[in-house]
Ligand binder design. Structure first.
Ligand code: NAP
Ligand code: GFB
Length: 316
């Protein structure tokens, strides 16, 4: 059987590690996986990136590489997030066409959907109105991936598709307090609160609602999308709607995982961002009705354990 060469861009981050972990239980003999980081090439540099396509001649690409950040990072750097992600995506996707890559899976995000919308959100709604102002730049850069997928398919017959994950968390996340997402931020703050006997601070009111998917679960689903999902249309990869929790619930689960007994405060001077972005995984459930997500409580406990063990080397 011909060898499948799968190149994963941006593989040294949170989602890339989720794929690596998922692969440990699901390797296929005819698949060769190439995991890239920015050390292999800055994917905004077409010449340097083309050398990687020349070297590896991938038959499939999982395109994760992106400038990614939480609410506060996006609010401060909307232009940067727009430009860098557009540059990366244009280089990678056009080279996938040039090198006749058989299938490409890229990443959107549930935060890019219209801010004014009906719920639950589904895959048909990506372009139905402006995204939340907090991450305007990132959202439009990501929406353009869906446009690029369609025009490359229409004009060149490329099989480019995309996934739309909800909020992801897990080991190897970005735990930097100003840059990262909420769960790694809360885990880092709980660690410091316990170590330095200081209050545990949740930013905002804690009322916003989020769906959180564990990185290894997302890794399992990305491998399935790469191997089996036949459509060009994006597919939402989110936990069930009833597993949506509030930011305060998430804080409680983090505190319990640490066994922290100290004071919990809300800093309401900080923005809440989007109140909710509840996404339906009905399309995924049609394909994989029996997929089991790791319970959020267990996933947070495992991530807290990982963070404690790897505190010295974690991105923080
Ligand atoms: P991450 O941990 O920040 O990893 C991002 C990866 O992209 C890193 O490996 C980074 O390499 C690489 N990268 C960034 N800029 C690059 C450049 N110019 N050239 C080459 N590589 C570059 O992010 P993540 O959370 O794993 O996100 C992976 C994908 O999932 C992204 O497309 C993101 O939009 C999507 N997603 C994430 C979430 C979430 O909640 N985290 C939710 C929905 C969708 P270095 O580390 O070497 O810089
Ligand atoms: O994950 P997050 O930063 O981004 O979550 P979004 C922001 C929500 O968590 C706000 C509250 O309601 C914050 O007030 N929060 C509480 C915290 N404590 C913290 C903390 O320590 N750190 C952070 N970051 N928030 C992002 C998009 O939206 O979703 C990105 O901006 C990305 O583009 C990501 O797509 C998946 O979930 O609001």
């Amino acid at each position: 059987m011909a060898e499948t060469v799968i190149m994963v861009t941006g593989s040294t981050g949170l989602v890339g590690h989720g794929i690596k972990l998922a692969l440990e239980e699901d390797k296929k003999p005819n698949e060769k996986w190439i995991f890239l980081s920015s050390k292999d090439a800055d994917l905004r540099d077409r010449e340097a990136t083309e050398l990687l396509f020349e070297k590896y001649k991938p038959t499939h690409v999982v395109h994760l590489a992106a400038r990614v950040g939480g609410l506060f990072n996006n609010m401060e750097h909307n232009c940067y997030f727009y430009r860098v992600n557009c540059q990366i995506n244009d280089v990678v996707l056009d080279l996938c066409k040039e090198y006749k890559v058989q299938k490409v899976v890229s990443c959107l995000s549930t935060c890019i959907f219209p801010d004014k919308t009906t719920y639950p959100i589904d895959e048909t709604m990506v372009h139905n109105g402006p995204p939340h102002l907090s991450n305007y730049g990132y959202s439009f850069a990501k929406r353009m991936i869906d446009v690029v997928n369609r025009v490359y398919n229409q004009q060149h017959g490329c099989h480019f598709t995309s996934i739309i994950p909800c909020n992801v968390f897990g080991p190897h996340d970005n735990f930097k307090l100003k840059e990262g997402h909420v769960l790694p931020g809360l885990i880092h703050k709980a660690y410091l609160a316990e170590r330095d006997d200081q209050p545990f601070v949740i930013w905002g009111t804690g009322k916003p609602l989020r769906q959180f998917i564990y990185s290894v679960d997302l890794g399992r689903l990305i491998i399935w999308v790469l191997r089996e999902y036949p459509e060009i249309e994006p597919i939402i990869l989110a936990v069930d709607e009833e597993d949506e929790i509030s930011i305060s619930d998430a804080g409680e689960l983090v505190v319990k995982a640490f066994g922290y007994q100290g004071e919990i405060v809300h800093d309401i001077s900080k923005s809440d961002g989007q109140f909710k972005k509840t996404a339906s995984n009905a399309k995924l459930r049609k394909y994989l009705p029996d997929f089991k997500f790791t319970p959020t409580k267990q996933a947070i406990e495992e991530t807290v354990d990982w963070f404690k063990i790897n505190y010295e080397t974690a991105r923080k």
